[in-house]
Structures are given as C-alpha cells and as structure tokens.
Design a protein around this ligand. Structure first.
Ligand code: TXA
Ligand code: MG
Length: 356
C-alpha cells in the first residue's frame, strides 16, 4: 500500500505549489489522479513505459485497452502523431480544449505500452485549469484513463477516486465535482468519413455541424454486446460502468416506461430485493421503491449526464440490489448517457410499449 496524498486545489485558479508537487510525481514515474471537465483521470507520464504499466496495474485494467493521452498544446500533437488530417485540424481548432478525443496515426516516440501496441494514439486537450496546469508543469504528455478500478463507473468526484484507488496511487488533486460527468467523445480521424467510437461530452450533432458526415461505430448504439470483429475501440469489449447492483434499463414511450418500472420494482420487492429507481425530475413523483433518485431534467440532458455516475455509485453505498433505470432520448448528451447505461446493465434492456 502507498500513502495517497490528497491535494485540494481551486478549480479555476489552482495553487501552483500543489500542482508542482503533483507534476513532480508525474515526472518521476508516479501516478496522480486529477480532474478534467468530464471525469477524473489517473495520470502517468505517457512517454515513460514503466509508469504507464503501473497505471494499468493500479486500475487493474487489461493491457489491451490503451488510455487517452492528454496534451495542452498542438506542438505535442505533432510530436506524438505521424500526420494530422485536415479535418482533424478543423476539429482541434473548434473543439479543443474540450471533451473530444481524436485518434491519430502515432509517431515513433510513443512507447508500445502507451498505445497497447496499436499503430494509433488517442489524444485530447482537456478544458480544465487543473488538468491544463498539471500537463504544462509536468512538461510531459499525460496518459490518463478514468481514475476508477476497471469496470466501475467513472469518478466525477475525488471521493470516488479514493473509494477505488486509495493506497494504490501517489496523489489526488481534488477540485470538486466535474461538470460534464460523462467521458469525452472518441472520434477516429484516421478514416474518412471520421468514425465515432465512443459518444461523450461533445455531441454527434455538433460534430456533424462542423464535419458534415460522421459515421457511428455499431458499438455506439448497441443494444447487445457487439461481435468482437466489429470493434474498433478496444475499451468497448470490456465490462464497464457497472455498480455492484444489477442494472435494468427500461426504454420506450415515457408513460409506458413509468408503468413498466413500477411493475419491475414490485416484482423485485416481492423477491426480497432492495430496489432503486433512477429516473428524471419529470417522473420522480410516479415511483415507489426503496430508493428513488432523479438524474436531472429530461429538458436538460447535460444535467442527466452530470449526475449519472455519482448516482450509480450512491445506490451501491445504500446497498441496493437492483437499479431500474428510465431511458432518455438518444439526442445530444443522451446518446452518451444511454451508451453508458446499456453497458452498465450488461445489456439488460426492457422495451416498454403502451397498452391500450
Ligand atoms: O473524458 C475522458 O475521455 C476521460 C478523461 C480522464 O480524459 N478519459 C477516459 O479514458 O475516459 P479511458 O482510458 O477510460 O477511455 C479511453 C477510451 C477507451 O474506450 C479506449 O479503448 C479508447 O479510448 N482508445 C484509446 N486509444 C485508442 C486507439 N488508439 N484507438 C481506438 N480507441 C482508443
Ligand atoms: Mg474508463
């Protein structure tokens, strides 16, 4: 066990002495969790193979699933990639810093372990003063997967990082809750049209406004596990986002969904399970269960995204056995929310249709 150092910092104007302590840890091969605008990441020097290997170990992450490399200027993008397609230039100008990760052909300076032996690399410039200052002060590109144990919901608060990784990492920079709440969108720009591998904090609609055509990888909207041959993003095939409780997602027309959730809640209660319902502000008054939580408003899917992972973790701390979740529309941030929920459920999806 290591002693994990907790460093509280201001999210807008982080105290530079504390950032330097963290940057020193990164430069000497250590592991530091830090906030980004999406979720907390667990950082290591991307150019230090041993540090990246210890990152996989701390998270218990399979070695075939490479983390995203975080940069804070376009010079690093040039060093780490073989070529930058014109469409990528445009995306970087429009969306960086921000919750968009781009897949490039990688350059030779990148250690194999950093990219899990692939010939591509995932790069992102996060929009968070703590993340940016840490990368700048480390003078290194930083490999950072989400700072959770593999398979668990991503952390949106420093407290979640400690729940999973206390004693396994060197330090956590705590700057309060993250604002986006789901991870960055992953877009492969080595192909044309660019292909969306993971929906996230930058919506497909806004990407299409800038690029025109964007293809969706089948895994993005999958309602059941995708055959391995069709997977382009290695992370997609592993268990993900799962709380300890079983998750069931109910999708369909809203009033039918409400009825179906109440039926399921009764069914599980009769079988002596502790039941949680995860719903929205507009429907919360219709439910009865052991624990009922609202993710946010259906008219503001960004609020739903922001609360998603924290709410899933809270059900675990209340020892709920089953979480029945209300689906939201696959629009804007709703696409990322539904992608995470379907995976968290292990694709236990129930379709509710209206009965007349
Ligand atoms: O918002 C985020 O993206 C957060 C914060 C910390 O920046 N990071 C994050 O990283 O979610 P991670 O490692 O948990 O997810 C990285 C995703 C995985 O699905 C992985 O398979 C994919 O990006 N990925 C990484 N390198 C790739 C590559 N070369 N080709 C295709 N997919 C790649
Ligand atoms: Mg992750």
């Amino acid at each position: 066990m290591k002693k994990t150092l907790l460093l509280r910092v201001d999210s807008q104007a982080p105290e530079i002495e504390k950032i330097r302590i963290a940057a020193n840890l990164i430069r000497t091969g250590g592991l530091v969790a830090f906030p980004t605008e999406t979720v907390y990441g667990l950082g290591a020097d991307a150019l230090n193979a041993r540090a990246v290997l210890s990152l996989f170990e701390a998270k218990k992450r399979p070695l075939d699933n490479p983390p995203i490399v975080h940069v804070c200027d376009t010079r690093d993008v040039r060093r780490l990639t073989k070529e930058i397609p014109a469409k990528a230039e445009k995306l970087m100008r429009t969306f960086w810093p921000g919750p968009l990760t781009l897949i490039f052909k990688r350059s030779r300076i990148v250690p194999d372990v950093t990219v899990a032996d692939l010939d591509t690399i995932a790069l992102r410039f996060p929009r968070h003063n703590v993340a940016m200052t840490l990368i700048r002060e480390s003078k290194r590109p930083i490999s950072a997967p989400s700072a959770n144990l593999a398979g668990k919901p991503s952390p949106t608060k420093a407290k979640h990082v400690l729940e999973d990784l206390d004693g396994r990492i060197d330090a956590v920079l705590d700057a309060g809750p993250t604002v986006v709440g789901v991870e960055s969108t992953v877009l492969d720009v080595t192909v044309d049209p660019p292909q969306l591998l993971r929906p996230g904090g930058t919506s497909v609609e806004t990407l299409r406004e800038v690029l025109g055509e964007v293809e969706l990888n089948p895994a993005v909207t999958a309602e059941k596990p995708v055959p391995l041959g069709r997977i382009r993003s290695p992370g997609v095939k592993h268990k993900h986002y799962a709380p300890n409780a079983n998750v069931v997602v109910v999708e369909g027309e809203l009033s039918a969904v409400v009825d179906k959730i109440n039926d399921l809640a009764t069914y599980y209660v009769e079988r002596r399970s502790k039941v949680g319902v995860l719903c929205t502000n507009e429907t919360i008054r219709f439910y009865q269960a052991d624990v009922v939580k609202s993710l946010g408003s259906r008219n503001d899917l960004a609020s739903v995204a922001r609360n998603l992972f924290a709410d899933l973790r809270e059900f675990d701390s209340e020892n709920v056995d089953v979480i029945v979740v209300e689906g939201v529309p696959l629009e804007g941030l709703g696409l990322a929310v539904m992608n995470r929920l379907r995976k968290a459920s292990g694709y236990k999806i129930v379709r509710a249709s209206p009965t007349f």
